[in-house]
Write a protein that binds this ligand. Structure first.
Ligand code: E4P
Length: 219
């Protein structure tokens, strides 16, 4: 399972990339706005920091402008996955960019029917937003289960399920159980995955007992 971080904060991306466990980055216009940085420069810098795909979203809604924006973003680096909204025009852009060899991440997916359309349009990634569905009283993880099941029945669908709008570690665990290919998580959720009070307690005990032996391994 691949881990992407869902942020446009370069410092956070650098810190998490240093763990060696980060496979990519997703950004969106709201996350970019928070940084106050010029978008194209920021995306280029993010591509320098991580090995894997970096999602950069178009900001128009009509086909021609979205396509031109996507083509411009794709030129920044082969790591770019152009993010397009799940609209008829967005799917048309997806089909064209994918045919040209550019990775496309279709975002704002809230139904299995939409996910089928994205796969048919050749998307590299489909981004169902589990947290936002939970927020409105709908079962976000149920959608992931449906999409994973549907995609697994059609070997010609190569689209990866990228679980988005992840709010807590339970979303990640449930996604992994369902076999989702990728989860994109905010930095705080990734950090939460590492911790357990029994790990801290156990380590403190081991260190205290080891000190009593008076030994060192490296001398
Ligand atoms: C995904 O690509 C989106 O950027 C993101 O996961 C949205 O998450 P939110 O619902 O917490 O804003």
């Amino acid at each position: 399972m691949k881990f992407f971080v869902d942020t446009a904060d370069l410092q956070e991306i650098q810190d998490l990339a240093a763990t060696g466990l980060l496979d990519g980055v997703t950004t969106n216009p709201s996350l970019v706005a928070k940084t106050g940085r010029p978008f194209l420069d920021l995306v280029a810098e993010i591509c320098e920091v991580v090995e894997g795909p970096v999602s950069a979203e178009v900001t128009a809604t009509d086909f021609e402008t979205m396509l031109a924006e996507g083509q411009k973003l794709a030129k920044i680096s082969p790591k770019i996955a152009v993010k397009v909204p799940l609209t008829p025009a967005g799917l048309k852009v997806c089909k064209q960019l994918s045919a040209d060899g550019t990775m496309v991440n279709v975002t704002l997916c809230f139904s299995a029917a939409q996910a089928i359309l994205a796969a048919k349009a050749g998307a590299a990634f489909i981004s169902p937003f589990v947290g936002r569905l939970d927020d409105v009283g709908t079962d976000g993880m149920g959608l992931i289960a449906d999409i994973c099941q549907i995609y697994s029945r059609y070997p010609s669908f190569t689209t990866e399920v990228l679980v988005a709008s992840v709010r807590h570690p339970m979303h990640l665990i449930a996604s992994a159980k369902l076999g989702a290919h990728v989860a994109t998580m905010p930095p705080n959720v990734i950090r939460l995955l590492f911790g357990h009070p029994l790990t801290d307690k156990g380590l403190a005990q081991f260190m205290a007992d080891w000190q009593k032996t008076g030994q060192t391994i490296l001398s």
